[in-house]
Design a protein around this ligand. Structure first.
Ligand code: CA
Length: 373
């Protein structure tokens, strides 16, 4: 298709404005006289800001934001530049979604459950207790109808979502006393956010919320009895192994938390189609990189934690079963309170049910045969 036809097509599709088309056509004609072949979007350059939920220079998750920015700049031949700001540099960490929504930044990064107060259904696009693992969750979003629901949900806030990484199955957390029965959960003060926290509360524990920066000192001083964070790599960075004795598995509350990028819808819609495609492609690339980097670093860090003498423990069956039952109740309440959550959960649950049946005869049986050396 000639450049001129592309411009007319973009105009007809409404992806560019008339003044922009005229400028592009003029540029096209001038260039043709000069023998060049400029592309449509050569006409305009974009400088965007990205506000993130992560502390500045946060390993892997923050690196993913820089990677996205760098990919977009390279793929667009410098036509689009995105400057990344750590949490607190441009906006408070947990205000990233609202900042992008209001146009204070064109893009943001975080995880859906951080905006549960604004959009309860966003939690399904991050992770729910006893939900899907990273591969299953990615499959649901990319190819199983999740993305359409996610876009519809965020469109209500003038925001466009993209996958931006996955933590993989998280760890169950750091404890200074052993959990041998449900009795040991009673009154236990644990930092555990989101739906997992509601389940923990319902089981008799005491959910505590506090910023990541305060976790080490509060666990050390006994203000909290336990905390979860991410996985072995980031937990080691926090130094929890220095002050807590037992490291529990599995992370029943976050079986594969998806991270996300998001853009201001109005700003995104202003972009020519090729830059929109570049952002989508760069986000998918970054999603995969971040997820795989977590897999790699967590595996390395776990061996090193074991060498340091950390005692690994597994939640007893009784505790896990109670958490599972209570998760169903918490999700039931959520879907009764919020109609959009009911729609998303129906899609999520249907996909999960099939994915579990498949995994039960493939991955699960394979893992049963694992010989750990
Ligand atoms: Ca976590």
């Amino acid at each position: 298709m000639s450049n001129r036809r592309k411009i007319f097509k973009a105009l007809a599709l409404g992806t560019i404005s008339l003044p922009f088309a005229i400028r592009a056509l003029t540029g096209d004609m001038n260039a043709q006289k000069g023998g060049g072949s400029p592309t449509l979007a050569d006409q305009k350059r974009y400088e965007w800001k990205m506000t993130t939920t992560w502390p500045p220079n946060f390993p892997v998750l923050g690196d993913a934001c820089e990677m996205l920015s760098s990919l977009i700049e390279t793929m667009s031949a410098g036509r689009m530049k995105i400057t990344v700001y750590g949490g607190g540099e441009l906006a408070p960490p947990l205000k990233a979604f609202e900042t992008v929504r209001s146009g204070g930044a064109e893009m943001g990064c975080g995880a859906g459950y951080y905006w549960a107060g604004i959009a309860p259904a966003a939690q399904f696009f991050a992770s729910v207790p006893f939900g899907m693992n990273a591969a299953q969750h990615t499959a649901w979003i990319m190819n199983g109808g999740g993305m359409e629901l996610w876009q519809e949900l965020y469109a209500q806030f003038g925001v466009v979502p993209f996958l931006g990484g996955n933590t993989g199955v998280q760890m169950g957390g750091w404890f200074n006393r052993e959990i041998n029965s449900l009795q040991d959960i009673q009154g236990l003060k644990m930092r555990i956010p989101g739906l997992g926290g509601r389940v923990f509360d319902a089981a008799g524990g005491a959910q505590v919320l506090m910023p990541g920066s305060e976790l080490y000192s509060n666990l050390e001083r006994g203000v909290i009895d336990a905390t979860e964070w991410l996985g072995p790599y980031h937990d080691t960075q926090m130094g929890f192994h220095e002050i807590a004795k037992y490291y529990y598995t599995p992370g029943w509350h976050e079986p594969g938390t998806a991270l996300e990028f998001f853009a201001n819808q109005e700003k995104f819609d202003e972009l020519p189609a090729d830059l929109q495609a570049i952002i989508r492609s760069a986000a998918y690339h970054t999603h995969l990189w971040c997820w795989m980097e977590m897999e790699k670093r967590n595996a390395e860090a776990l061996s090193s934690l074991v060498e340091k003498g950390v005692e690994l423990r597994q939640f007893p069956k009784e505790v896990i079963e109670r958490f599972r039952t209570l998760t169903e109740e918490v999700l039931q309440t959520l879907t009764e309170e919020d109609p959009f959550s009911a729609r998303v959960y129906a899609s999520f649950k249907q996909f999960q049910s099939q994915a579990y049946q498949y995994a039960a005869i493939t991955e699960k049986r394979f893992y049963n045969e694992l010989q750990v050396q």
